[in-house]
Design a protein around this ligand. Structure first.
Ligand code: MOS
Length: 767
């Protein structure tokens, strides 16, 4: 597909050979789909789970990173002589350290920077790193490293960065590449046949991932072999990237990630800190830990980039869309990356004539990184407000307008049909459950407090790598061990996988031991990202369980002298059907005991040919606006999702509510604030000043409404992915509700009280 998401560039994934074919999807399920608490919940909440940050190896060193204090500067000199003499200091790395000459931030023509680049392009760029025996010694020594900078003029505003004469962030200027253009149909003809044409510019703020667990690595060398514990969304990708960075065989690198406290995309890529830990470990022959500070996670490990989106849309009187034209300006930060996505404009609705143009620009700020549906919430912010405005203009109900334009096929994939699409049902059943019609028709409150409702739809546009292997072992006592390489980034992946084992083998979920996310001991699995973790892994686990079951039934048939067709595995026992039917618990099956361990291997089938499996969504919001103070309270949200089969209703709802929370953040409070005038620095780099929604900022009244379609083509479990669609339309739904409540169209995130009272005051003056 397009460049929408850059999960991994230039690394060939390990292929699973001979995938299982033709495994039919389940019909009714006994375990899958139920609400089952996380299998590792106890250790996570009691603090006994060992996260990377909790690791403490014998002799382990701690690290402090020295970061550039200027938005744009050149490092003239690094003097480490005083720091080297400080107590406990073992090693220091900086740009002049020969082993640290490692290329970084890939562009089309290779690396665009270095691990320690003397040209610092944003405040927070890495300049040096000190390893010492205690964290305090490392921080003390870091303060004694003398760095001489030549501050340079900076630019942190993306429109200003485009101006001739703007400070050049890279030698070639501030444009990472040519604008990306997509076209289909005849755009001018499309607008010519429209009865209504609207055009509007929308802007979104930069949103920060800031996962609960900070980015952290522990590196340890044994001879030429490197082991890294890392909070990462993909141990196998990191293994390959580390091997490349150090020019070592992949087999000399092992990456382990036992527990993880979130990533949202900010832990998809190999981080500089991980390579620094490995370098310092090699210099000192000791294990080395690097944990980023909370501030660092705000400045240095990615963000959802700000976008300026201009959308022009045309529709006929009956609501038929005739044309979309969109220009997006986005910033990748100081280095190349993905700045935007126009995907939703291309594919969410049926529209024959579409042109999109996406331009990226560098600014002196931390680089973007894929963040939960990269580009999509920004695009939805524009498209879904435009759909609302079109409906108003045409005098149509906004739900009806969307329903009228639901496509049957993926238009950007030249008409490839979907394995299933629940978009219409998300819209209509969501509307019904929300009470859309009644609420949309209702008067909007009285006096200063106004109420309104809004709707917005979305979809996710990326099918991941279908390439995972699972090994399942069944023990004679009926318990099992599952071995699979994916990270459980906090979403409950392990629980869902255990439920798949339980579904097929009847093993209770708490009797499934799970080995995961360790390149040394587990099987290949793709990155945990792109809403694909369950999609990629559950089919492999199911195939492994079926392999075990088939071997087990063959053993039982021989031992019990019964035809295999008469046998079934149910809840830890072999059942013999027929008049002489009986039940043989697995513990009594001698042949299983003699086996000691029954092993099954499962490989994920490829994606279906000539079809595409993608999830769809519609969110409904109800808000209350205080027109005196400009405060917006989201009172109620309903999320209708078609993500195929619901695997675990509890973790499913967790995703939905978490995604809504993130979307309400984008709509109402979240924004990276850069001091454009004086310093270029991020001024709200902590959880106090950067306003993430808390429990008090999201409605208690949130409803998750799964639109569960039986998708027998997507894969053998029928799951289509949920982690990203949950946050795509939320902000736009809130904005549409604010419009309904106040009559004001707020085109800029976050919708903040100051902006709203100003607009209300302007309107009073005009009116
Ligand atoms: Mo996601 S942005 O693939 O973690």
């Amino acid at each position: 597909m397009r460049k929408t998401v850059c999960y991994l560039q230039g690394v060939a994934p390990a292929a699973t050979s001979a995938p299982e074919q033709g495994l039919a999807s389940w019909g009714e399920t006994r375990v899958v789909g139920k609400s089952i608490p996380r299998v590792d919940g106890y250790e996570r909440v009691t603090g006994t789970a060992v996260y990377t940050l909790d690791m403490n190896l014998p002799g382990m060193l701690h690290t402090a990173i020295i970061r550039c204090p200027h938005a744009h500067a050149r490092v003239k000199r690094v003097d480490t002589s005083a720091a080297e003499k400080m107590p406990g200091v073992r090693a220091i790395l900086h740009g002049e350290t020969p082993v640290a000459k490692i290329g970084w931030y890939a562009g089309p023509n290779g690396p665009t920077s270095w691990l320690f680049d003397p040209h610092c392009r944003y405040e927070g760029e890495e300049v040096a790193a000190v390893a010492a025996e205690t964290p305090e010694q490392a921080f003390d020594a870091a303060r004694s490293v003398v760095v001489e900078y030549e501050p340079l003029p900076f630019v942190v505003d993306m429109q200003q960065a485009q101006n001739a004469g703007a400070p050049a962030i890279h030698e070639g200027g501030n444009q990472p590449g040519k604008p990306e253009v997509y076209e289909r149909g005849k755009i001018d003809a499309g607008f010519a046949e429209a009865d209504a044409v609207l055009e509007q510019t929308y802007t979104t703020s930069t949103q920060i991932h800031t996962p609960m667990e900070v980015h952290c690595s522990v590196a340890q060398w044994e001879g030429a072999h490197l082991t890294v514990w890392d909070s990462t969304q993909g141990v196998f990708d990191m293994q390959q990237e580390l091997a490349r960075s150090f020019q070592m065989p992949v087999s000399s690198v092992r990456v382990i990630n036992a527990y993880m406290g979130g990533g949202f995309g900010s832990k998809l890529d190999l981080g500089k800190y991980t390579v620094m830990a490995a370098l310092l470990g090699r210099m000192t022959a000791l294990p080395v830990k690097i944990a980023l500070s909370r501030e660092d996670t705000f400045r240095c490990v990615g963000n959802r980039p700000a976008n300026i989106l201009t959308l022009k849309a045309g529709a006929k009187k009956d609501g038929t869309l005739t044309a979309f034209s969109m220009q997006i300006l986005g910033t990748t930060g100081a280095y190349p990356g993905g700045a935007s996505s126009a995907y939703l404009v291309m594919d969410l609705y049926r529209c024959p004539n579409v042109r999109t143009e996406e331009t990226a620009v560098y600014i002196n700020a931390g680089k973007e990184r894929a963040m939960r549906a990269p580009g999509f919430p920004q695009c939805a912010w524009a498209l879904e407000q435009m759909m609302d405005a079109l409906a108003e203009k045409l005098g149509m109900d906004p739900v009806e307008l969307r329903l009228k334009n639901v496509p049957d096929v993926s238009q950007v994939r030249s008409g490839t049909p979907y394995t299933s699409s629940g978009l219409s049902r998300c819209l209509s059943e969501g509307a019904k459950a929300f009470g859309w019609k009644e609420n949309f028709a209702k008067s909007k409150g009285e006096g200063a407090i106004r109420r309104g409702v809004g709707v917005a739809a979305g979809m996710w546009g990326w099918e991941g790598e279908a390439n995972a292997t699972a090994i399942l072992k069944l023990y004679p006592d009926g318990s099992a061990n599952l071995n699979i390489g994916c990270s459980d980034i906090g979403t409950g992946t392990k629980t869902v996988l255990a439920m798949v084992v339980s579904e097929e083998l009847g093993v209770p979920v708490d009797r499934v031991q799970i080995e995961h996310a360790d390149t040394g001991t587990t099987q290949y699995s793709p990155l945990s990202g792109g809403s694909q973790t369950v999609v990629a892994n559950t089919p492999a686990v199911r195939a492994a369980a079926i392999a075990v079951k088939s071997d087990l039934l063959a053993l039982a048939a021989e031992e019990l002298k019964q035809p295999v067709e008469k046998l079934a595995l149910r809840e830890g026992a072999i059942e013999i059907e027929g008049p002489a039917g009986r039940r043989v618990p697995l513990q009594e099956l001698k042949s299983l005991g003699e086996c000691r361990v029954l092993v099954g291997v499962g490989r994920r089938q490829p994606h279906p040919k000539n079809k595409v499996a993608l999830p769809f969504v519609t969110h409904f919001a109800e808000v209350e606006v205080n027109t005196r103070t400009g405060e917006v309270r989201v009172l109620r949200m309903l999320a209708a999702h078609d993500s195929g089969r619901v695997m675990n209703r509890l973790t499913y709802d967790n995703q939905v509510f978490g995604g809504i929370t993130m979307g309400i953040g984008l709509a109402t409070t979240e924004a990276r604030i850069l001091d454009a005038g004086q310093t270029g620095k991020m001024v709200n780099r902590n959880w106090h000043d950067y306003k993430l929604p808390t429990a008090l900022d999201v409605p208690a009244d949130m409803t998750s409404l799964p639109i569960e379609l039986a998708d027998i083509e997507a894969n053998n479990t029928g799951a289509k992915g949920l982690g990203e669609p949950v946050t795509i339309p939320t902000a736009a739904a809130v904005a549409n509700a604010v419009r309904h409540a106040t009559g004001l169209r707020i085109t800029q995130t976050p919708i903040n009280p100051l902006q709203l009272v100003q607009r209300l005051a302007e309107r009073r003056k005009e009116g």
